[in-house]
Design a protein around this ligand. Structure first.
Ligand code: C2E
Ligand code: MG
Ligand code: MG
Ligand code: MG
Length: 287
């Protein structure tokens, strides 16, 4: 009986694997057509000065709504875009759109824009030239753009590829583009990546924010405070992700964290909505 159960398990596993692979293929097929069909949109989420409530920057977050279908989450389609290499072309569209939208925000309010990039994009030989040319074309100063990278992006890369990525980041940074280390604290060796990578901004992952105000919060608070202080002493700018409540914002402000991002202020919204939020920020009136 045990033997046949084992066999069945193999069959089930095999079936699941095949289903997952079919889903991947379906998403890849959809992604290949998505740019031409105009199915992508960019939403933006404000990053807020916790002391004044002012918007300081926005993060561009990609949205995909396939024609006649339901929206697909970035967590689902970005990995497929990376595996198929489609992320290179999609990523250029994201950068182009973000630069176009950011120009007026930068002119009117000094707002900078952050764009998430994948390791696959950074390994592309033409990436840094493409970014610099794009900034030039949109007349957006280099310092108005931040590229967000994650340490997990380096997990599957060889030593040679990692060196190459660091070179690309260093070159862009020498031109004034800022680099943010995203989801900080979630990986296996966050500290060694922080030492190795050329970064200007540290984004503390929201898994440190959620438990801040829970009953048994002492340890989380100690960790979060330590990271905020580490970031400051390295001369980095610090953004805490996933701020959902006023209480969390208060605790973070007391810890000396200058910037927060999360649903308390705004979900990711359209560019037009950002224009409105720059004029009137509802969270400021409610304070
Ligand atoms: P991320 O860069 O860490 O972006 C933050 C994610 O947290 C976003 O999810 C955002 O909607 C969500 N979030 C923001 N505030 C809160 C909050 O208060 N509570 C909670 N629970 N969540 C919050 P989203 O938009 O689904 O994006 C997921 C991930 O997909 C991003 O994580 C990023 O890694 C990736 N991604 C999104 N757009 C792009 C892109 O254009 N290129 C690349 N390469 N990756 C992207
Ligand atoms: Mg990000
Ligand atoms: Mg993040
Ligand atoms: Mg993330």
């Amino acid at each position: 009986a045990a033997k046949s159960a084992g066999k069945n398990q193999v069959v089930v596993f095999d079936g699941e694997l095949r289903a997952a692979r079919m889903r991947q293929t379906r998403i890849a097929t959809g992604l290949r057509r998505a740019l031409a069909r105009g199915e992508f949109a960019l939403h933006y989420q404000p990053v807020v000065d916790l002391a004044t409530g002012d918007i300081r920057s926005v993060e561009a977050l990609l949205r995909w709504i396939p024609e006649g279908g339901e929206p697909v989450r970035p967590d689902v389609f970005i990995p497929v875009a990376e595996e198929t290499g489609l992320i290179v072309e999609i990523g250029l569209w994201v950068l182009e759109q973000a630069c176009a939208d950011a120009r007026r925000w930068h002119e009117s309010h000094g707002i900078t824009v952050a764009v998430n990039v994948s390791g696959r994009q950074l390994r592309d030989e033409t990436f840094s030239d493409a970014v610099l040319a794009m900034l030039d074309r949109h007349e957006l100063p280099e310092r108005a753009l931040t590229l967000e990278i994650t340490e997990s992006m380096l997990l599957a890369t060889t030593q040679v590829e990692t060196t190459r990525i660091v070179e690309v980041l260093t070159r862009l940074r020498e031109h004034g583009v800022r680099i943010a280390l995203d989801d900080f604290g979630t990986g296996y060796s966050s500290l060694s990546y922080l030492r190795a990578l050329p970064v200007d901004v540290l984004k503390i992952d929201r898994s440190f924010t959620t438990p801040l105000t829970e009953a048994d919060h002492q340890r989380t608070r100690a960790f979060t405070r330590a990271i905020v202080e580490l970031s400051a002493s390295l001369g980095l700018s610090t953004i805490v992700e996933g701020v959902e409540t006023r209480e969390q914002a208060d605790v973070l402000r007391q810890m000396g964290s200058p910037l927060g991002q999360g649903y308390l202020f705004s979900r990711p919204v359209t560019a037009e909505r950002i224009d409105d939020l720059l004029l009137v920020a509802p969270w400021k009136r409610a304070a």
